[in-house]
Design a protein around this ligand. Structure first.
Ligand code: PEP
Ligand code: MG
Length: 593
């Protein structure tokens, strides 16, 4: 149900605000304010007479919302194949979670409250919990829970939400759920402006998949804007312009045309080989966390998956999935990649990615604590299960195993031993797996980078994780906003370790991939090529831009750039020199973010 807005307000003059860009592109047009019915929880309070009736109503609401999700999923699959199916699957699984269902029923019985009140209370507590976690990923999963709460309460109160969009418009909402996103008519959506969410929220992931510009604002604009306002959204810079002047409109129309032409050029070259002007072949791989992202990797022509992060699957399940569940999860990705490389990283829990029980235990310095391989070696049963599941999935394609957070040879030796044991158990059970599966380590601690030469004797490949390497070399918490201005991978100390790893890999004939965010930064690409890197793994949507940059460079020029920056002392100088270098080769660099 959409609330009617009144037309008593004067149209605001041009207002320029800045939000967080979550999906690239420029959107311009009238707005459609989407306000699914909101209810104050206190309105639902009070004892009910017939508790068992509330239980039946609750069961019915679950079924109704489940069917709504199935319909939304079908709707989505008609247009977008299985691109977003996994998102709906996870929401549906949430509705079938017996622990959650019992918790809500328990609340109805003990508090003698209505089903709607119990749902609001329990799901609000859960979303609050997620919102307060350090990890952005979990903060944004909280919006899925809020969405389900809304849907269940609406189902109980008989409220239908209106997705009618009969003319092109920018959808403005407090937040959007995955089903909201696909329930609108795609042909009429110009852009999304929401008050909540971030780059990794499901709505943002889907907006990028659908190539719809999106921006998140922090000004509650869904409560401020009127249906008669006109809006410009800049999905590159995050600019939000309310009721622009004619001059601003012309400026953005030109930008929009420019970007569309740029995208067309970019996607025309999408099938071209990734080679430098002088013919050096460069490998471009994708980083993913979920099955639906394989599609993103494929449309952006990744040659394989260079980093398949597995921890989010565990955290989303809120538990340790068993071997069958894991096997099924990995196998889907491996099969969909059709024989192309899939490098599966074993659990990197800890730091800002915690299972609820871990976060309860608490650590003073979680990034220096019980994280990744340290956790796994202390929990061999969990590690064995994951290794067996990955090994079984390896029978279906080209799988490699990657070990995170290595800081000693002992950790590598123990892991190799556990892999051998997992292989032996599978052989006994006559289960198929890839006998010669490659095993590599993340180079993301200073210790690993210093010991690259030694580690090379034990493993088959290296993957440089510049996100953590920067954090640990510079001693800067990667999640702390207060020190984020010091977090710079262009710092010569970090670059020293990166180059050392690449050089040793080359000498020892080991493949080196760089899978941290640095791989997709336009100004970093020539520098890394100059250091000798030939394999990059990144967010799938950055791949076409990276290809364009690579195809406009010559290796000897990149090597000269690297020689030049070696004489520089500060990150600022280095970054500037690299930026200038790329700018000289690519005129429309502003769109490659
Ligand atoms: C890294 O540290 O650079 C990396 C790729 O791993 P994550 O971001 O998952 O820690
Ligand atoms: Mg890391």
């Amino acid at each position: 149900m959409k609330k009617k807005t009144t037309n008593t307000r004067k149209i605001l003059k041009e207002i320029k605000l800045t939000g967080i860009p979550t999906s690239p592109g420029i959107a311009m047009g009238p707005i459609y304010i989407f306000r699914p019915f909101q209810l104050n929880i206190s309105e639902l309070e009070g004892e009910v007479e017939d508790v068992e009736r509330e239980i039946v109503l609750f069961d019915n609401a679950i079924e109704k919302v489940y069917r709504q999700l199935e319909n939304a999923q079908r709707n989505s699959e008609t247009y977008y194949k299985d691109q977003f199916s996994e998102i709906f699957e996870s929401q549906k699984a949430f509705l079938r979670d017996p622990v959650l269902i019992n918790e809500i029923k328990q609340e109805i019985r003990t508090a003698k409250c209505s089903a709607a009140f119990a749902i609001s209370k329990i799901l609000s507590e859960k979303s609050e919990y997620f919102i307060n976690l350090e990890s952005t990923y979990f903060r944004e999963r909280a919006y899925d829970i809020i969405d389900l709460k809304q849907k269940l309460v609406n189902a109980l109160l008989g409220i239908d939400v209106d997705y009618q969009l009969s003319t092109p418009a920018i959808v403005v909402a407090e937040m959007l759920s995955p089903s909201d996103t696909v329930n609108f008519n795609r042909n009429f959506i110009l852009g999304f402006l929401t008050d909540k969410g971030g780059r990794t929220s499901h709505a943002a992931i889907m907006a990028r998949g659908l190539r719809i510009p999106a921006v998140v604002n922090r000004y509650n604009l869904s409560q401020v804007l009127h249906e008669d306002d006109f809006l410009i959204l800049d999905g590159f810079s995050g600019a939000i312009i309310i009721n622009p002047t004619e001059e601003t409109k012309r400026e953005y129309e030109a930008k929009q045309k420019d970007f569309q032409a740029f995208e067309q050029r970019l996607y025309k070259e999408i099938d071209a080989e990734t080679v430098t002007v002088d013919g050096a072949k460069i490998e471009l791989l994708a980083n993913i966390e979920f099955v639906h992202e394989v599609n993103d990797a494929r449309i952006n022509k990744a040659e394989g998956i260079g980093l398949f992060r597995t921890e989010s699957f565990f955290i989303e399940k809120n538990a340790i999935p068993d071997e069958e569940q894991q096997f099924h999860f990995y196998k889907q990705v491996v099969e969909q990649m059709n024989g192309h490389e899939v490098t599966i990283r074993v659990l990197d829990l800890g730091g800002d990615k915690l299972l609820p029980q871990q976060s309860e235990e608490g650590e003073l310095n979680p990034f220096l604590g019980w994280r990744a391989i340290r956790f796994l070696l202390d929990r061999p049963a969990i590690f064995r299960t994951q290794l067996r599941a990955i090994l079984r999935a390896s029978a279906f394609g080209n799988v490699k195993i990657l070990i995170p957070m290595i800081s000693s040879v002992e950790e590598v030796k123990k892991t190799l031993q556990l892999v051998e044991e997992a292989k032996a158990s599978l052989r006994t059970e006559k289960q198929a797996f890839k006998e010669d599966i490659e095993i590599g380590v993340m180079i993301e601690t200073p210790a690993a980078a210093m010991m690259a030469k030694i580690l090379a004797e034990y493993v088959d490949f290296f993957s440089i994780g510049t996100n953590d390497l920067t954090q640990y070399v510079l001693a800067i918490d990667r999640t702390n906003e207060k020190v984020s201005k010091y977090f710079n991978t262009f710092n010569p100390a970090v670059l020293y370790f990166v180059e050392n790893t690449i050089r040793i890999g080359k000498k020892k004939n080991l493949k080196v991939t760089l899978c941290g965010e640095f791989a997709s930064i336009p100004e970093a690409i020539p520098l890394l090529l100059g250091m000798g890197l030939r394999s990059f793994s990144m967010n799938p949507f950055s791949l076409p831009g990276a290809k364009k940059i690579i195809r406009s460079l010559k290796i000897p020029e990149c090597e000269q750039l690297y020689q030049k920056i070696k004489t520089m002392h500060t990150a600022t100088e280095i970054e500037k020199a690299c930026y200038q270098f790329v700018k000289n080769h690519i005129s429309d660099l502003q769109y490659l973010k």
